[in-house]
Design a protein around this ligand. Structure first.
Ligand SMILES: [Cu+2]
Length: 299
C-alpha cells in the first residue's frame, strides 16, 4: 500500500482530513479513562511523554524519541500506529498517511501561499471547529485540559530545499555516530533531525510553521503527521541508497542509550514492544509513490 503526496493526490488528502476529524471525536474514538478526550489527543500526550523521558535522566538533550538514534524509528512507529487508527476511522484497509513535500513549497516565492494551507486543506484546522484540548509543560511535565483553536505562525525562517535534502542523503553514509545525541557531527539521523547542517531539515519545518508545531504537544496540528511522513520518506530514500549501512547502536552500547539501541523496545503508551530493528524494513507496512526525487539510486 502506497503513501502519496498530499498536494497531488486529492483522494488521499480528503481521506486524511476526514480520518483525523473522526479520530479527534471522543464520541467516535474515546481515549479510555479520559473523559471528553479522544484517541487523537492520546497521540499528543504520547509525544509529549516521550520528550519528558530523558535518556539518561541526568542530562537534558537526548530523550526517548528525539536527539538520538531512535528519532527516526520512533516517529516511524508513531505514524504506523496512527495510520492503523485512521484506517479504522475511514473504514479503508488500503489507506496510508500522505506526505507533505515541503521542498516543493520551498521553491514558491511565498511558501505560505501553498495550497496546503487553503481552507479545503489544512487551513480548516486553524478555524473554530478544530479544538486543541491538551497542553503540556516540558519544564514541569504538567498536563492541562484546554479548549482553544490551533496556533500557527507560518513563515518563520525557511523551508529546506530539495538539493539540501539530496546532499544529506548523498553525503551521510552512516546512520548515526557517537555521542548519539544532538551533538553527533555525522550520520544521517542528526542531519535529518536537524541539529547539524545549516538546513536543519526536520527542526526547521516545525519552526517555519510555528505556534503549536513548536511545542512538545506538536501533534495537536494535523500537519505534524504529514511533515513526519516526509521525514520518514527521506529516511526511506537514504535506506535505499545505503542498503549496506546498518542501524546503530547495537546492544553492546551502554544503558545510557536505553530506548535507542537496536533491540530496545521503543517508548510507548501501549503494551507493545516494537524495537528500532523492527522499524528498519518499512516495506512490510507501506511504500512511497516516489523517492527518486530525493536520491540517485544508480550511482
Ligand atoms: Cu517528535
Amino acid at each position: 500500500m502506497i503513501r502519496r503526496n498530499f498536494l497531488t493526490d486529492a483522494a488521499a488528502a480528503r481521506m486524511y482530513i476526514e480520518g483525523v476529524k473522526r479520530l479527534k471525536d471522543p464520541a467516535q474514538f474515546p481515549w479510555p479513562g479520559r473523559d471528553d478526550l479522544s484517541m487523537y489527543d492520546m497521540f499528543v500526550f504520547w509525544h509529549h511523554q516521550s520528550m519528558m523521558m530523558m535518556t539518561p535522566p541526568d542530562q537534558n538533550d537526548r530523550n526517548a524519541a528525539h536527539s538520538g538514534p531512535a528519532f527516526l524509528p520512533w516517529h516511524r512507529y508513531f505514524l504506523i500506529t496512527l495510520e492503523g487508527f485512521l484506517r479504522q476511522a475511514v473504514n479503508n484497509t488500503n489507506f496510508r498517511i500522505p506526505y507533505w513535500d515541503w521542498a516543493a513549497d520551498a521553491e514558491l516565492d511565498e511558501p505560505a501561499t501553498s495550497p496546503i494551507w487553503s481552507n479545503q486543506n489544512l487551513g480548516q484546522f486553524a478555524r473554530a471547529d478544530w479544538r486543541v484540548r491538551l497542553e503540556m509543560s516540558l519544564r514541569t511535565g504538567d498536563l492541562q485540559i484546554v479548549d482553544r483553536s490551533l496556533d500557527r505562525a507560518l513563515g518563520g525562517g525557511r523551508l529546506p530545499t530539495r538539493n539540501e535534502v539530496r546532499a544529506v542523503i548523498r553525503d551521510q553514509t552512516a546512520y548515526d555516530a557517537p555521542p548519539f545525541n544532538s551533538f553527533s557531527s555525522s550520520g544521517v539521523r542528526n542531519y535529518v533531525e536537524g541539529w547539524v547542517g545549516s538546513e536543519a531539515i526536520h527542526n526547521s519545518v516545525h519552526i517555519w510553521i510555528g505556534g503549536d508545531m513548536s511545542l512538545s504537544s506538536s501533534p495537536n496540528d494535523p500537519v505534524f503527521f504529514l511533515h513526519h511522513c516526509n521525514v520518514d520518506r527521506i529516511w526511506a530514500a537514504w535506506q535505499e541508497r545505503n542498503a549496506g549501512s546498518a542501524y546503530v547502536p547495537d546492544m553492546s552500547a551502554p544503558d545510557t542509550l536505553q530506548f535507542h539501541r537496536i533491540d530496545d523496545p521503543l517508548y510507548s503508551v501501549f503494551e507493545d514492544t516494537v524495537t528500532p530493528g523492527d522499524m528498519v524494513d518499512y516495506k512490510r507496512y507501506y511504500e512511497y509513490d516516489t523517492i527518486s526525487d530525493l536520491a540517485d539510486l544508480q550511482t
